[in-house]
Design a protein around this ligand. Structure first.
Ligand SMILES: Cc1cc2nc3c(=O)[nH]c(=O)nc-3n(C[C@H](O)[C@H](O)[C@H](O)COP(=O)(O)O)c2cc1C
Length: 412
């Protein structure tokens, strides 16, 4: 079988060296990668490195090997173009259709999925010009992933870091696997909660649950690969932030509620995959609860936590917002699931049977997705990503025509 052809565009940002790791991952996993750096990128990493690692000649401009018409051929024959890092300048050129070097020509001739992984200082990322260019590219169907937050060049920190190359690689793999040039969540904002809440009893103890967050992360990653702007509300997973999504870290059910309500206010869809504790200790002990000789421990009184799924279903931010819940059941799975769907008032409910190989902590899952309109979609045992794709397949037709409110600074 022919190897999938990937064009790795590298623009002139300090993070260009991280693209070497992305290139290595792509080639080692059986992709034929052609690196197309910009002239500025070569100030950071030289052509010899790109050429040796990819096994292909490297040029930045359209005047080399003209008989092979590289300014057209490279883009035409690609199965995926990924630009990492994408500079503010490169995004502007791509948004405006400029074609003054080999990479920008390639972007105009490519008809395959295109992924941009921007990296720049926070000021450049937040500038209205960049925001508009990103919005334009997303509207046209490109996947523009959100930069990560953290240390930037020099002493600065903020949003603008290139996400971890491993994460960009995972995203590329997903975009390639879908093979769909039109990302069906482009222009949509989705909120996903993941992980399990922890309800503190004292400074060292908490009531928790066994949710790993893997299903929620799979939902966030697949939504990003399908073009959505994703807010992931993460509770206690200990996993690295996935590339291309905005992550809000929370600990308790009350914090999770606050974060979900805030993000849901402008979301097209909300998927509540996090395992939210139903109860929390009624009293939080400021100091560690000590053993006392000859005394039995005092019972722990519990109070109810807010029911976030029911609350956001009852008070939707807008009529066409789609709300998805998850239910882990141990017995009478479908009947309990149907009852829960009615009680919560959400549009879709993913019902898991909790078992040894299923649901918590594993890489695989098996579920039935129940719909408020009576639909029932069984999802066979398989990777959590596959279940995530089915969830989005069911969400997309329910989204309606309403474009969600534009994120700050982004025109619709
Ligand atoms: C040390 C250094 C680091 C830079 N890092 C970035 C960066 O991370 N992101 C960015 O958008 N521009 C960065 N720039 C500015 C770009 O190199 C400059 O805009 C250049 O014109 C980009 O060209 P290109 O888009 O054709 O690669 C940096 C410049 C220097 C000198």
């Amino acid at each position: 079988m022919e190897k999938p052809k990937v064009v790795l565009g590298v623009a002139g940002g300090i993070a260009a060296y991280k693209a070497c790791e992305l290139l290595r991952r792509l080639t080692e996993s059986g992709h034929d990668v052609r690196v197309v750096p910009t002239a500025s990128a070569l100030h950071f990493v030289g052509a010899a490195t790109w050429s040796a690692l990819s096994g292909h000649p490297v040029s930045t401009e359209v005047w080399a090997d003209v008989h092979e018409v590289p300014h057209v051929r490279i883009g035409q024959s690609a199965d995926l173009v990924v630009v990492a890092p994408a500079t503010a300048d490169l995004l502007a050129k791509a948004a405006h259709g400029l074609a003054d070097d080999l990479l920008t020509n390639t972007l105009l001739t490519a008809r395959c999925p295109v992924v941009f992984a921007p990296a720049m200082h926070t000021e450049m990322w937040e500038h209205p010009a960049t925001r508009e260019n990103v919005a334009t590219l997303r509207r046209r169907g490109a996947v523009v992933i959100e930069p990560a937050v953290g240390r930037l060049t020099g002493v600065d920190t903020g949003k603008g870091r290139l996400p971890d190359p491993g994460e960009i690689f995972e995203l590329c793999r997903r975009v390639l696997a879908r093979g769909v040039p039109e990302p069906d969540l482009a222009g949509r904002h989705v909120v996903v909660s993941a992980g399990g809440t922890r309800e503190p009893l004292d400074p060292v103890r908490y009531l928790g649950n066994r949710s790993s967050g893997k299903q929620g992360f799979a939902l966030a990653r697949t939504a990003a690969a399908r073009g959505a702007r994703v807010t992931l509300i993460e509770a206690n997973t200990g996993m690295a932030d996935p590339a291309g999504v905005d992550v809000v870290h929370v600990g308790t059910a009350v914090q999770l509620r606050e974060a979900v309500l805030k993000a849901a206010a402008e979301a097209d869809a909300v998927v509540m995959a996090a395992a939210v504790a139903d109860f929390r200790p009624a009293v939080y002990a400021e100091g560690k609860i000590k053993k006392k000789d000859g005394e039995e421990p005092a019972p722990v009184a519990l109070v109810r936590n807010p029911d976030i799924l029911a609350e956001i279903s009852a008070e939707r931010a807008h009529e066409e917002q789609v709300i998805v819940g998850f239910a882990a059941e141990t017995d009478d799975v479908l009947a309990n699931g149907r009852r829960k769907l009615l009680r919560k008032g959400c549009d879709l409910l993913v019902v898991n049977e909790v078992g040894e190989r299923k649901a918590f902590g594993t890489e695989e899952n098996e579920a039935v997705v129940l719909a408020a309109d009576g639909g029932e979609t069984p999802v066979p045992y398989g990777p959590k990503e596959a279940l995530a794709e089915v969830v989005w397949d069911l969400v997309v037709p329910r989204l309606g025509s309403r474009p969600g409110p534009a994120p700050e600074g982004e025109p619709r």
